[in-house]
Ligand binder design. Structure first.
Ligand code: MLT
Length: 249
């Protein structure tokens, strides 16, 4: 199997590998080999630390690739998965044949973001996700999804409800400690697809534009009627964008 036929899918926060179910099935049916790990402390991943850094998550991904005997792959991240993808390509540039960055942001956290993440980490440790799940849904999903796709809303709600508070707090602290990746962008020379949801309430169009302008060999796809969880909200469009890109490699 050629290297660009293996694709690693890195999920967002506070989710797990099941957010990629449609992509796992679709890519598998098109002959791709998919690795979709649960990132540190999330889903079935039982590592529990005070903090799970993006770099540690990236090293875990390399270990997972070693176990799967995959030397190089296409690395695809969504949101927190993009931070992990940036650290992955920085640590292991020779192991990446192409990048897909969905709902991503290169800018590092400022003081206010760090404080807010620490507060959220403490809150989830004290009370779990029950008090915040509805506001998470409102901010991550497009109005169209909230109004017309109850099955997607239910899936996202169930994923959040299953997330372990200790693992989530550690990942939240890891995101607060992440680097500013803007300086990395010009170093990235692999083909890169950037995907943004047109109705994403947590990532601004400028976030995708910054990444697009920084990475020389990149293209930008905007998915209509999609919010931050664009791959679940508009799976057919997301999968088509992904497949077209993969076939171009
Ligand atoms: C995600 O979807 O992974 C989160 O929105 C990431 C973040 O909080 O920056």
């Amino acid at each position: 199997m050629t290297e660009s036929k293996t694709i690693v899918l890195l999920h967002g926060f506070p989710f797990n590998r099941s957010m990629w179910n449609e992509q796992i099935e679709f890519l598998g049916a098109h002959g791709y080999r998919v690795l979709a790990p649960d990132l540190r402390g999330l889903g079935e991943n039982r590592v529990r630390d005070e903090i799970s850094t993006m770099e540690e998550m990236a090293r875990d991904v390399a270990t997972r690739m070693d176990e799967a005997k995959s030397a190089r792959a296409v690395i695809c991240g969504l949101s927190m998965g993009c931070y992990v993808a940036f650290d992955f390509i920085n640590l292991f540039p020779a192991r990446v044949c192409a990048l897909v960055l969905a709902g991503g942001r290169a800018e590092g956290p400022d003081k206010a973001e760090k404080q807010s993440r620490e507060q959220q980490a403490k809150r989830v440790l004290e009370s779990g996700f029950a008090p915040s799940v509805e506001s998470i849904l409102q901010s991550l999903l497009a109005p169209q999804t909230l109004n017309e796709k109850p099955q997607v809303v239910t899936r996202v709600r169930q994923m959040v409800a299953k997330t372990d508070p200790a693992g989530a707090a550690a990942a939240q602290r890891g995101m607060a400690a992440r680097r500013d990746y803007r300086g990395d962008l010009t170093q990235i020379s692999v083909p890169t697809l950037i995907i943004a949801g047109r109705d994403d309430g947590v990532r601004k169009p400028i976030d995708a534009e910054t990444i697009h302008q920084g990475i020389q060999d990149s293209r930008l796809e905007i998915i209509p009627k999609a919010g931050h969880l664009m791959n679940m909200e508009q799976p057919a469009e997301f999968n088509q964008a992904l497949l077209t890109f993969l076939k171009s490699l």
